[in-house]
Design a protein around this ligand. Structure first.
Ligand SMILES: *[C@@H]1O[C@H](CO)[C@@H](O)[C@H](O)[C@H]1NC(C)=O
Ligand SMILES: *[C@@H]1O[C@H](CO)[C@@H](O)[C@H](O)[C@H]1NC(C)=O
Ligand SMILES: *[C@@H]1O[C@H](CO)[C@@H](O)[C@H](O)[C@H]1NC(C)=O
Length: 594
């Protein structure tokens, strides 16, 4: 088999077994490789594509409930930081915010596999670090957009002991996929279901992995429940606008399920009044025919996810048969969330609303509390640090996230101490998937910075768009994010929030976002320290002290854009914290920019 000869090549090149050069934590055994492997845990990481948390997809996945929710911990406040596949996956696999990878789109020039490569990240991402830590690494399914039948070998993806990738332009065709194994040529699978193919590939890698001495890290990345997307003109680019998006296609055996199920009718579902800002605010209310079609779209997603539910069952039973279940972490998440009908939007992602940024995260494994939930705030930038911590490798100083606690004690401690913010960002377009109704398929200028902040007594989403519109939602009183407290027609001066004038709260949120939008490393984890180096302010509550009124309301620069760009073009993004400094400059007052 090709991969096993690769394995030997890697051994010969010394890519494995380098644990002696890494200064690991004290528990890393320094003796023979075999004894290292008898103790170090395996990891299976399952990453779905576009799976929502808010539309209750987890309620329809009984095997995930049985094996993961009942046997592990559900991190209920887990977020992606950029609500689209490729940027989110790159962020996840590097531990960095999208503004630090500068892979901000699914397509070139700002994103996709070629941008991942040109940013040097193919030499510097999670599987490489795992191999350096002595792990065998396997990956099957979708990696990044624009990773295609044309460029898969120039260069090959690095860092995997064994890989079998879905490739564009067939990635999203449930019954017409192309998989590409190790260094082999891509293979087309006309008429076979992509998730069933994936299951066999995943089980195959698992069987290979358990035969080896080294511990393993296996990633399974199904395309479900992403839309079925077909390219109409193959002579045109593979990743772009020629895709026709339709509801996902489940396996035959799941087609009949959930006949009466509809998108949950939350108050923000196709509301009477428009909501949001920018293009969202201009959307027409959906007709009954449109709503019915979107309910079908929703059911197809739930049906398409059944194949993933079965993979979780298949993996758990095989881990059990091999006697390694107790020494294996299983981590389940999705690259970004999804909306259907909320705020009148057609099926899609790419927004800062809760539906799009909040995603499932479930972890089971040694020491992880069973049948437990936690409300600590975690993000995709925390996953690479978490994985390195699990395998006992040193964390990297340039991580923008921090390891997620997995033990009961760790989670309890984090409940008191862990940060409360999520740094959300986006550049480019928003796409309406499914049939085109009476609003455009593509919305440009979908460029914004967002801040999600969840404390003991508050839960806000604050954002600034590239046209300088502002949004602020109080999710404790308005979970559907329907009342923008900074809407142009709201008398901001007269509002209060948390017992303070609204403007005082906004000044703090804006300053926090100002730091986060270009943060690096520790500053992304402890942004208040950048504003208060004396470390006497750790959260929004502390920052609201009247002694900081002048500091926040007068001395700080404001988040603002000079224009809309589809990528991370710094000079369109106003003053910069690192470059221009935060304090002792006369910024614009809130009243001038709302
Ligand atoms: C999980 O916990 C809930 C209550 O918190 C309980 O009702 C349920 O039986 C538990 N499930 C399992 C599998 O332990
Ligand atoms: C998008 O933003 C650009 C630059 O800021 C502006 O010129 C253009 O009119 C905007 N387009 C739309 C559709 O709003
Ligand atoms: C991000 O990449 C784009 C496209 O290559 C480039 O134009 C831009 O300057 C980069 N931004 C930063 C901050 O490096």
């Amino acid at each position: 088999m090709v991969w096993s000869s690769l394995l030997w090549t890697n051994w010969a090149l010394g890519l494995f077994g380098q644990q002696q050069v890494i200064s690991g934590p004290e528990h890393r055994p320094q003796d023979s490789y075999a004894s290292v492997n008898s103790k170090r845990p395996n990891v299976v990481f399952i990453l779905t594509d576009d799976q929502d948390l808010h539309m209750q997809s987890l309620d329809y996945l009984p095997l995930i409930k049985k094996h993961l929710l009942d046997q592990g911990t559900f991190y209920r406040k887990h977020f992606c930081t950029v609500a689209i596949c490729c940027p989110s996956r790159v962020s996840l696999l590097t531990g960095k915010a999208a503004h630090n990878t500068n892979v901000t789109d699914v397509n070139p020039p700002y994103g996709g596999y070629p941008k991942f490569v040109s940013q040097g990240l193919n030499e510097n991402f999670l599987p490489i670090w795992l191999q350096e830590a002595g792990y065998n690494t396997y990956y099957t399914g979708k990696l990044f957009n624009w990773h295609s039948v044309d460029n898969y070998h120039s260069p090959f993806v690095k860092g995997f002991t064994g890989s079998d990738f879905l490739l564009d332009p067939f990635t999203y065709q449930y019954l017409n996929s192309a998989y590409q194994r190790n260094r082999d040529a891509p293979v087309r699978h006309v008429g076979e279901h992509t998730t069933d193919l994936l299951a066999e590939k995943a089980y195959g890698f698992l069987d290979d992995a358990v035969k080896e001495d080294a511990p393993f890290f296996l990633t399974i990345a199904p395309v479900a429940p992403h839309s079925n997307a077909q390219v109409n003109d193959l002579t045109e680019n593979v990743g772009g606008k020629n895709y026709e998006f339709r509801a996902p296609i489940p396996a035959k055996r799941h087609e009949h399920l959930f006949k009466d199920v509809k998108v949950p009718r939350t108050e923000n579902f196709n509301p009477k009044e428009p909501s949001g800002v920018n293009w969202v605010r201009g959307l027409p209310r959906q007709s009954q025919e449109n709503v019915d079609a979107n309910d079908h779209f929703y059911r197809q997603r739930l049906r398409a996810l059944q194949g993933v539910d079965e993979i979780v069952d298949g993996i758990v039973s095989r881990l059990e048969q091999h006697g390694v279940l107790d020494n294996t972490y299983i981590v389940y998440s999705a690259d970004n969330g999804y909306h259907i009908g909320q705020h009148r939007m057609q099926p899609g992602k790419e927004c800062g609303f809760e539906e799009d940024i909040r995603v499932p995260l479930i972890i089971r494994g040694p020491g992880v509390p069973k049948n437990a939930t936690t409300d600590i705030v975690t993000t995709h930038t925390d996953l690479a640090p978490t994985f390195l911590q699990i395998v006992g490798a040193p964390l990297r100083p340039d991580f923008d996230g921090e390891a997620i606690p997995l033990s009961k004690a760790g989670i309890q401690e984090a409940t008191q101490k862990r940060h409360e913010h999520v740094n959300v960002e986006y550049w480019g377009i928003a796409l309406a998937e499914g049939k085109v109704w009476d609003s455009p398929k593509i919305h440009t200028n979908n460029t914004y910075k967002g801040l999600r902040i969840l404390g003991e007594s508050y839960s806000f989403y604050y954002s600034v768009w590239c046209n300088n519109e502002h949004e602020l939602y109080d999710l404790n009183t308005d979970p559907g994010q329907l009342k923008n407290l900074l809407a142009r027609d709201v008398k901001v001066e007269q509002q209060t929030l948390l017992g303070f004038p609204l403007t005082k709260v906004v000044a703090r949120l804006d300053s926090l976002l100002f730091v986060l939008k270009s943060c690096k490393g520790r500053t992304c984890i402890q942004p208040w320290r950048a504003l208060h180096p004396a470390a006497n302010v750790e959260n929004l509550h502390d920052a609201l002290s009247p002694r900081y009124d002048h500091f926040y309301e007068v001395q700080q620069q404001r988040v603002e854009y000079s224009r809309c760009e589809a990528g991370y073009i710094v000079d369109a993004e106003g003053p910069q914290f690192e470059r221009d400094g935060a304090v002792y400059r006369h910024g614009t007052r809130w009243s001038e920019w709302v």
